[in-house]
Design a protein around this ligand. Structure first.
Ligand SMILES: NC(=O)c1ccc[n+]([C@@H]2O[C@H](COP(=O)([O-])OP(=O)(O)OC[C@H]3O[C@@H](n4cnc5c(N)ncnc54)[C@H](OP(=O)(O)O)[C@@H]3O)[C@@H](O)[C@H]2O)c1
Length: 259
């Protein structure tokens, strides 16, 4: 029997990247999931592949009205809920002096405020023995010059996770976080432009993208970027690990070992 925490799970950002890999890992193990995100088309790819096991609830989790009651709606679809994974996120690389007001607020909303609000819902809705997992980042502990807002939000998320772990303990509801290094998803394929720089034409964009990925790869002592499945396996473990709560699990190919 699969462990409690992995059987009936809501996954934000479940249509792409790490969230999608988490959904597929749980589905392959016999779990049932609700995937959420703003784009119905990517969510529907998951539900079409796993009819009766995967369900979609399109939602902008940055919106207080849209996310209201989200965990309860997921529980209604699955006949209860024992797991919640927050993988939805946004990163916009901007150095100090060039941090736009809109992207400052949207990064705080999706990376910090939404998981806090959804985590509060999870405390009420998850069954005893259930678990929440938050996808943070190594940038929460070691920022780079363009990551002030993202790093601050993900660092705050780690504290939110610990408070949720304390608050849920009496009911046996756990909370943990993963801190991935660079994982090859759409998020890191987006070319990081200098302040004020226009998007280059397609050929140049592709060349810059390759150079960016090679540069990021070289930061990892193990010599490769993470695969979404690497992170998904760790998330599945944390969801089901009945004596783990309040933990920060780094999986980064050795990135944080470097000077
Ligand atoms: N890739 C990395 O190197 C890396 C490293 C460390 C941590 N992370 C974290 O891993 C998580 C997943 O990212 P990823 O790498 O898998 O990239 P991704 O494929 O771009 O996933 C981001 C997901 O977030 C969803 N999302 C964004 N804004 C949303 C909103 N307002 N409401 C609902 N859903 C929203 C997106 O779906 P829609 O656009 O359809 O809404 C998308 O599915 C993020 O929290 C990210 O910060 C990534």
């Amino acid at each position: 029997m699969t462990p409690s925490g992995t059987r009936k799970v809501l996954i934000t950002g479940g249509g792409t990247g790490i969230g999608r890999a988490v959904a597929e890992t749980l589905l392959r193990a016999g779990g049932r999931v609700v995937v959420t995100g703003r784009r119905a088309d990517v969510l529907n790819e998951v539900t079409r592949t796993w009819p009766g096991q995967a369900f979609a609830l399109p939602c902008d989790v940055s919106s207080p009205t849209e996310r209201e009651g989200l965990l309860r709606r997921a529980a209604e679809l699955l006949g209860g809920l024992d797991g919640f994974v927050h993988s939805a996120g946004q990163v916009v690389h901007q150095p100090p002096g060039h941090i736009g007001e809109d992207v400052l607020r949207s990064q705080l909303e999706i990376n910090l405020i939404a998981p806090l609000r959804l985590g509060e819902q999870a405390l009420e809705v998850l069954e005893p023995g259930g678990a929440q997992v938050f996808v943070a980042s190594t940038l929460a502990t070691r920022p780079i010059v363009t990551s002030a807002v993202y790093s601050a939000a993900k660092a705050g998320l780690l504290q939110v996770m610990k408070v949720l772990a304390l608050a849920g303990a009496a009911r046996g509801v756990r909370a943990n976080a993963v801190l991935p290094g660079v994982v090859e998803t759409d998020m890191v394929r987006e070319v990081r432009l200098a302040p004020g720089e226009a998007t280059p034409p397609p050929e140049e964009y592709a060349r810059r993208q390759e150079a960016q990925l090679a540069g990021l790869r070289s930061l990892h002592p193990l010599g490769r970027l993470g695969h979404p499945e690497d992170v998904a396996e760790a998330v599945r473990h944390l969801l089901g690990a009945s004596w783990m709560t309040g933990a920060e699990l780094v999986l980064d190919g050795g990135l944080l070992l470097r000077e």
